[in-house]
Write a protein that binds this ligand. Structure first.
Ligand SMILES: N[C@H](CCC[C@H](N)C(=O)O)C(=O)O
Length: 260
């Protein structure tokens, strides 16, 4: 049986996108999803995303990491799904959809830039040399000296699998301050078990962590990631961050068919 798929990428975080409004996709088949994401034996991606019908909102998002398991919210994947839904004429230039962490509003600008509202963030854990929070996915945020030469995979894996985050683990973000409202970050992603070129929930966590720890007073922050540029904006009310938006490009790469 042939299955039609689309490939999208958001600042280099790339995804296999499948229109599953008919409900045909074998959602429990971990091996199939992992194979689709395999960069040699399959299509190749950091994750796989299903577009599904929803009674209340414009659509439902189902997200799988490249290890084939469903996971927590994917910010870049959410932005790519909005672009995909627009390209399929499921939506026009704005939408509301349901994901594993709840409702999301999003809009697509004329230049294709997708703004995705993320969940409100609170219960931020501020330690001496790192910050931890959940932006839809768990994120550890740590400033480092020489980001461009930092061994993200080795140091990221050590923290992700270490005693600090137990069996669930966490995504790990290493950060360098560029100026008052700009930071560079590199992310080790849980469930990909490698550095990805961008991580949307990670960029969101870095922006909020840099404000919460006084590295910046800005509430609109630029994030340089390996695969491009993202922006995060928010309103801060005490230790609550709300009206959180992740903003950046989300682009179609190619479509194809694969045997299943
Ligand atoms: N790997 C993450 C989910 C995807 C996050 C990332 N791709 C993003 O853009 O937010 C996790 O299992 O927590």
């Amino acid at each position: 049986m042939q299955l039609e798929f689309y490939k999208y990428q958001g600042t280099g975080n790339d995804f296999v996108m499948i229109d599953n409004r008919s409900g045909f996709f074998p959602k429990e088949n971990v091996q199939l999803v992992a194979r689709f994401c395999d960069r040699r034996f399959g299509i190749g991606a950091d994750g796989l995303i299903l577009l599904e019908n929803d009674e209340v909102t414009d659509f439902k998002m189902v997200y799988y990491n490249s290890d084939g398991n469903t996971s927590s919210m994917c910010g870049n994947g959410g932005r790519c799904l909005v672009a995909f839904a627009k390209d399929l004429n499921v939506i026009r230039d704005s939408c509301t959809f349901i994901a594993t962490d709840g409702l999301h509003h999003a809009s697509v600008a004329n230049d294709g830039i997708v703004s995705l509202q993320m969940i409100d963030v609170t219960n931020i854990k501020i330690e001496t040399d790192y910050t931890f929070m959940n932006t839809g996915s768990p994120h550890h945020v740590q400033l480092v000296e020489d980001l461009e030469h930092y061994n993200v995979k080795e140091n990221g894996a050590a923290l992700r699998y270490g005693s600090l985050y137990g069996a669930a683990g966490s995504n790990i973000n290493f950060v360098k301050k560029i100026n008052e409202d700009t930071f560079s970050l590199r992310t080790y992603e849980r469930g990909v078990e490698d550095e990805t070129l961008a991580c949307g929930t990670g960029a969101t966590a870095v922006a909020i962590a840099m404000n919460a720890t006084g590295q910046t007073n800005a509430s609109s922050i630029k994030l340089n990631v390996e695969g491009g540029k993202l922006a995060v904006s928010f309103d801060k009310m005490g230790d609550l961050f709300t009206n959180v938006f992740l903003i950046g490009p989300a682009e179609f790469v190619f479509k194809g068919v694969i045997e299943i």
